[in-house]
Ligand binder design. Structure first.
Ligand code: 7UC
Ligand code: FE
Length: 293
């Protein structure tokens, strides 16, 4: 197995020569370590069957099954299906994650690792954008960093919750109330220590964050959230902000990333081309929010 830190100045490493079925414990330990030090691993030539993807998830930690069954693979609920494969008997949810977010940040217990296995990659523009929120935090002005440390940030899925087929003809207020009941807003530390790398992570995303609360429970001005999103690159509609990394991939690859340090945003083909990916998400051995949170 080889792990080559990429030439991209921002993040990512490419892994070649990994044979999962015969991988040694040392190799698996090396892989785990590499996820945190490189943020993203693009593992080549895997072509994992759904069952193998689930097994890998179990080998890495505890799989989190997505709370909304609409996304589940019919035979393997551990797999979240984005998009549809023509000719398949089930349909995945199209256009998922087309907004800056960290997976499950709106839950009380987010997971540390996200893996995706692209099944169909369209010929047109496709990939995933990432921003490293440790680097983004480090680059903020000192007074803004100080203002954010010790505050909490409100996270909720309410803005991007997808209408399900079963929601047709339901009054919108009923659905809104249901979202607040099933996934009530959570207040996470705005800045926490990464339990492995020790870096300070800014846990803020355009999709899920709804403002900051100080130690006395007072709301900070909404302009501060806007400034944080702007400075980190999450409001850049051109995706040319220096913090933004575009990760591309092909069929057969397996993408594994650090869901603590990164926010991501799917880039879906503007043309209605078939696209599909499988996702498995895993709680690793470390507390999500490291010390100092
Ligand atoms: O349909 C979607 O884009 C699903 C999205 C709201 N999930 C984000 C998550 O945290 O896993
Ligand atoms: Fe996501």
């Amino acid at each position: 197995m080889r792990i080559d830190a990429g030439t991209d100045r921002l993040m990512g490493a490419t892994v070649t020569g990994l044979h999962l079925s015969s991988a040694s414990e040392t190799e698996v330990a090396e892989l785990r370590e590499a996820v945190y030090s490189n943020r993203i691993l693009l593992i080549k030539d895997q072509n994992l069957a759904p069952k193998e993807l689930v097994e890998l998830g179990r080998a890495l930690g505890t799989i989190e099954v997505y709370y909304e069954p609409m996304y589940h693979h019919p035979e393997h609920p551990e797999i979240f299906v984005s998009g549809t494969k023509p000719g398949e008997s089930f349909e995945g949810v199209p256009q998922t994650g087309k907004f800056w977010h960290a997976d499950y940040s709106f839950m009380a217990h987010p997971f540390g690792i996200t893996m995706t296995s692209p099944q169909i990659v369209p010929k047109g523009k496709r990939g995933t954008y990432y921003i490293d929120m440790a680097k983004a935090f480090a680059a903020l002005p000192e007074d803004l960093k100080d203002l954010l440390r010790g505050t909490r940030v409100e996270h909720s899925p309410r803005r991007y919750f997808k209408i399900r087929p079963s929601d047709v003809y339901r009054p919108i207020h009923e659905l809104q109330a249901e979202i607040e009941e099933i996934t009530p807003a959570v207040f996470h530390p705005t800045v926490f220590r990464h339990p492995v790398t020790g870096e300070e992570i800014l846990y803020v995303s355009e999709a899920a964050s709804f403002g900051f609360v100080d130690e006395d429970g007072r709301r900070l001005a909404p302009e501060i959230l806007h400034e944080v999103l702007e400075r980190t690159g999450q409001l850049d509609q051109t995706f040319t902000h220096p913090n933004i990394h575009l990760q591309t991939f092909t069929e057969g690859d397996l993408l594994v990333w650090d869901n603590r340090a990164l926010v991501h945003r799917a880039l879906h083909s503007p043309k209605p081309e078939p696209a599909q990916s499988y996702r498995v998400t895993v709680h690793d051995q470390h507390p999500f929010f490291g010390a100092g949170a």
